[in-house]
Write a protein that binds this ligand. Structure first.
Ligand SMILES: Cc1cc2nc3c(=O)[nH]c(=O)nc-3n(C[C@H](O)[C@H](O)[C@H](O)COP(=O)(O)OP(=O)(O)OC[C@H]3O[C@@H](n4cnc5c(N)ncnc54)[C@H](O)[C@@H]3O)c2cc1C
Ligand SMILES: NC(=O)c1ccc[n+]([C@@H]2O[C@H](COP(=O)([O-])OP(=O)(O)OC[C@H]3O[C@@H](n4cnc5c(N)ncnc54)[C@H](O)[C@@H]3O)[C@@H](O)[C@H]2O)c1
Length: 445
């Protein structure tokens, strides 16, 4: 039996940073990680995809080079080099984390699957490989994994999740993607630019379903303009063996067949809470496996906190990291609330899509139900000089402004960063509405 003040299970974007703060306060902490320090983001998520995205952007610009008066000859992507560059960056990021955490006095890193097994004298027990650990405080930060939709034939045919896609040694000739969310769209554009043919199949009425309809439409047009086939609002009847060896095809309910050399399933994520021994301490996950917390990230069981993607208060690296900040301060007597943060995120297509605050539909509801006076500014990038000069005119900027207070209520931006600086400079964000000099401003009805 090993005794600790705190046991952190899962070393994603919250656990390691919280563990480090606690040992710096003199506490004895165990950090239990089943796979690699840094979790999904560093090893299988943000870091590899954003590194590979750069290779894809270079290929894209190289193909367009002649437009800018630069001759580069035929563009050939060396997939192995691009993938090695990606892996090198992942290894560098992970090893930086390993050496920092490994050097912290008072922190015991245990590479094993952690599972709660019950209580002992008012403290919690965790089985971690061969070790039995005991502590009065448990922090769960176990993240998510790809979900597998129930589609006839899927289990019997070869398919990849995002992790499998990033482990490929050869560029897919044709990548068919089930799902039209973040992972799908980022991967679709990256692999298209690296040279694959790509098709996206989304059962919902639009890609990036949570965005305003016009923003979704702009994203869809952007991807289609690069030669990506998009099937929206369709239903999938079955997954079947493809016409070529090793390939897989998707049959739609209307009979159409979309075949590819590789199938990527990017249809959402499920929390890693099913093998955590929650029952042994009287903790329950909800129907979808998420662990409910209050705004201080406390679960229903005093002494156990849930941080990051598993608490369903965010599904991003920065929200998980922010969770650690909230809890670290509260464990030192603070009164921080996770509810105080703004919902903000970016999807790293090229150009990227960033969003903060309300959507247009939310604002319309406030106008209709509460009589609020809200204006919206919509500015297409094709009308922005800096975007024209860059020859990157895809995108739109949408701002929602409360007319009475002059405060921004929400913003969505699909644009290159050169255009952003120009637009924000013109928007005079701290001034009331009459100081706002954006074109296309109109009151929501
Ligand atoms: C392909 C892809 C691209 C992404 N790109 C972005 C992006 O650009 N920007 C962004 O903000 N977000 C991105 N995300 C999402 C981001 O990776 C997650 O939101 C973030 O990693 C969540 O962090 P977390 O701390 O909750 O958990 P995770 O990072 O998932 O870490 C959880 C850790 O817990 C470990 N674990 C699980 N169960 C146990 C157990 N029982 N015992 C011990 N260890 C366990 C896991 O091995 C893992 O290391 C991406 C995700 C994917 C899949
Ligand atoms: N830039 C970023 O911040 C970034 C990048 C990648 C991933 N992520 C995170 O990773 C997570 C997962 O991403 P994701 O793209 O897998 O999930 P998602 O939930 O964002 O999108 C899944 C999509 O698949 C569709 N879908 C579900 N079942 C389907 C089916 N049977 N057939 C066809 N379509 C189906 C859904 O309608 C939805 O549009 C998100 O939580 C996201 O926050 C973030």
């Amino acid at each position: 039996m090993m005794n600790f003040d705190t046991i952190v299970v899962g070393a994603g974007q919250a656990g390691p940073f919280l563990a480090a703060k606690l040992v710096n306060r003199g506490r004895k902490v165990a950090l239990v990680e089943a796979r690699d320090l840094g979790g999904t983001c560093v090893n299988r998520g943000c870091t590899p995809t954003k590194t590979l995205r750069k290779s894809a952007r270079v290929a894209y610009l190289a193909r367009r080079a002649a437009e800018f008066g630069v001759q580069v000859g035929p563009v050939k992507v060396d997939f192995a080099v691009a993938m090695q560059r990606m892996q090198d960056r992942v290894d560098q990021a992970r090893s930086g984390l390993e050496s920092w955490l490994g050097g912290l006095e008072g922190l015991r890193i245990i590479k094993a699957h952690g599972r709660l097994t019950g209580r002992d004298g008012g403290e919690f027990l965790v089985q971690a490989g061969e070790h039995i650990l005991r502590a009065p405080q448990i922090i769960l930060n176990t993240g998510t994994r790809s979900s597998v939709p129930t589609i006839p034939g899927l289990a019997e045919n070869p398919y990849l999740d995002s992790e499998g896609l990033l482990a490929l040694r050869e560029l897919p000739r044709k990548l068919v993607i089930i799902g039209g969310g973040y992972i799908s769209l980022e991967m679709a554009q990256i692999f298209r630019r690296l040279g694959s043919k790509v098709a996206i199949i989304e059962t919902g009425p639009r890609l990036t379903g949570r965005e305003d309809a016009d923003v979704s439409a702009a994203v869809t047009e952007m991807l289609q303009a690069e030669g990506i086939d998009v099937y929206i609002g369709v239903s999938i009847a079955a997954v079947k063996p493809g016409e070529t060896e090793g390939g897989t095809c998707v049959q739609l309910a209307d009979g159409r067949i979309i075949g590819g050399s590789h199938l990527l399933v990017a249809a959402g994520r499920v929390p890693n809470t099913d093998d955590l021994g929650l029952d042994s301490v009287g903790l329950r996950a909800n129907m979808r496996g998420y662990i409910a917390t209050n705004d201080r990230l406390e679960t229903d069981v005093p002494g156990i906190w849930a941080l990051g993607d598993i608490n369903q208060r965010g599904a991003f690296t920065h929200t998980s990291y922010h969770d650690h900040d909230v809890l670290a301060e509260n464990l030192a007597g603070g009164q921080r609330s996770a509810d105080a943060r703004n919902s903000i995120y970016a999807m790293f297509t090229d150009p990227p899509l960033a969003h903060v605050g309300l959507y247009e539909a939310d604002a319309k509801r406030l106008v209709e139900k509460e009589g609020r006076r809200i204006s919206q500014a919509v500015h297409a990038m094709k009308d922005v000089s800096r975007a024209k000069e860059e020859s990157e005119t895809v995108g739109v900027i949408k701002l929602l402004i409360d007319e009475d207070s002059g405060l921004f209520l929400g913003a969505t931006m699909l644009l290159i960063r050169q255009a952003l600086f120009v637009n924000l400079a013109r928007a005079e964000v701290s001034k009331p509405l009459d100081g706002l000099k954006l074109n296309g401003i109109g009151t929501l009805q």
